[in-house]
Write a protein that binds this ligand. Sequence first.
Ligand SMILES: Cc1ncc(COP(=O)(O)O)c(C=O)c1O
Length: 397
Amino acid sequence: MPGIELFDQEEQKQVQEVMNTGILMRYGFNQARRGQWKAKEMEAAIAERTGAAHTLLLSSGTAALTTALAALGVGAGDEVIMPTFTFVATFESILAAGAVPVLADIDDTLCLDPQAADRAVTPRTKVIMPVHMCGAMARMEELQELCSRRGLFLLEDACQAFGASWRGRHLGAIGHVGCYSFDFNKLITCGEGGAVVTNSEDIYRRADMYHDHGHDHSDDDRGAEGHLSPGYNFRISELHAAVGCAQMTKLDRFLHIQRRNKKILRDALADLKGVTFRAMPDPDGDSATFLSFFLPAAPVAAAAAAALREAGVDGVFYWFANNWHYIRNWEHFQKRRFAHPQAPALLAAMPDYSKVSFARSDELMSRCLSLTIRLGWSEEEAGRRAEKIRQILTLVL
Ligand SMILES: Cc1ncc(COP(=O)(O)O)c(C=O)c1O
């Protein structure tokens, strides 16, 4: 990870094909584009890969989440349950919908704990939104059961998990709707990009319109199209989609390299006393973008992160201290410093997160480290790195 590590003439060729026509927009200009429809092409590749009946490519993963919530009809008064460990875009999209983010603990999968989510359900809950963190899956069986028992939508934030699966089903394509990110740091990248996938024609139609000002995409002439509801501009450009088209052809190769390199690292640490790996409901489906593990106590994890960085090991994440991925440091969220103040009703309905404690999440996250797995490493490089990390952890443990 990320896919930029193995850019080559394929990405250049795809981008050049768009430049040759000069049509950078994904809709219209049917004559001038001379058969180049990169966004459509990437959507078809995603549909084939995920098995989802409908795919919509958009400008980012954040746009995908915002659009998916709009397509589910989420709005003022609704609550969406999400985990404490995720990127800030998860709650940003809920706030953008005018809904209330309700946080619940994670479990040892590093994803939403189904039991904690169950406890957080109220009569206002509309959606359960697990996040498949660091390339692998939440406990999907339990989350599916919860949603069907309580009559809730299951929206998978699979922004970090394109390419990963659970029991042979692609993450993101299991719930009612799923979202991916193809931003600069992802395994498959467009530079900036995202996707919504769903098996529901209705959800797809609403997402399709919402992401493009309400256009119903019924005509070659955009000026003649209908608008059933207002929307926004979350369109992807053909240039970004072109990069993604090239990347999609490399996905199997990327997964193979990631899994090989991750195994080298994992094997090197497996017998270290005090190291336990993140739980995974289906290890074969891991996209292997990170190796995540727990150390015996918070001070050990902090010391290990510092020692690894000091020794020049890059891609070390101690999320507990990170400002973007764990609630502990989301000061702007806790203090409700929203750039566009939401309706007073929303603020009144939102729990005061500066006072809520998430003991279980803290206990897990304070002991957790993630190491980035890179596509660019040869087996020898991965082996040398694994040995170095093993030595450093042995000293700290
Ligand atoms: C879990 C999660 N959700 C949403 C996003 C937002 O994706 P984007 O950066 O494409 O807007 C990200 C991006 O890293 C993410 O990690």
